[in-house]
Design a protein. Structure first.
Length: 216
């Protein structure tokens, strides 16, 4: 009985502490993260701190913390991205797959030591996330394998009407992957001005030209 009487005040004290903790406001973690980022980075060469500013789509995906966005929000992001895609001005989608392979291998660009942020100074860095050809033994796995990308999709003549849906899909995906996946982590090469139209055509050829090593 004496032990029971001793426990009652302790229990009441614990409940009081819990109640006080519940009344404390939760920290604004978004504000704290923004403050930390601004304090940790500075302009250096062409790499300026405005890169830390998220657009509405990236902000929404960050807030989801890896979870699925509400369907309405995801659709809005995808539709906005799709609307902003610019198809090739001359109607030609494919360039030279040999130049595309060079771009896929090239991971340079946009760093503080680079003199220019112009697309001509950048590579695609495709192997960082994808397998592309069998000859390359070092590649990332964040994205799906692109080996035999065109062949697996039945593209024997990229200029044919039958191939047009796949051709336009591939172009759109590289221009702004958020057109098909609101929270895609793939670089938005066209939308972000990372690669120009000619460079994108070369990468298109790498993926879709039947003569490319991708489709052998």
């Amino acid at each position: 009985m004496n032990l029971f009487r001793q426990l009652i005040p302790l229990t009441a004290f614990g409940m009081a502490l819990a109640g006080c903790a519940a009344l404390e406001p939760k920290p604004d973690y978004d504000a704290l993260a923004t403050q930390m980022m601004k304090a940790s980075f500075r302009d250096e060469g062409i790499a300026t701190v405005d890169r830390l500013e998220q657009d509405a789509s990236n902000a929404a995906c960050s807030k989801a913390q890896g979870g699925a966005l509400p369907e309405e929000a995801a659709n809005a992001i995808q539709q906005a991205a799709l609307k902003g895609v610019r198809l090739p001005a001359d109607g030609q989608y494919l360039g030279d797959w040999r130049e595309g392979e060079k771009l896929a291998q090239n991971g340079r660009g946009m760093t503080w030591t680079d003199k220019s942020a112009a697309p001509a100074s950048n590579g695609g860095n495709c192997y960082n996330c994808h397998q592309i050809t069998k000859a390359e033994i070092s590649y990332g796995t964040l994205g799906p394998s692109l080996y035999q990308y065109g062949k697996n999709r039945g593209v024997t003549d990229p200029a044919s009407a039958a191939a047009q849906p796949i051709v336009e899909y591939t172009w759109t995906k590289m221009w702004n992957a958020k057109a098909y996946n609101a929270c895609s982590g793939m670089p938005r090469f066209g939308h972000g001005g990372l690669l120009d139209e000619t460079q994108l055509k070369h990468l298109m050829a790498l993926l879709l030209d039947p003569k490319s090593p991708v489709n052998q």
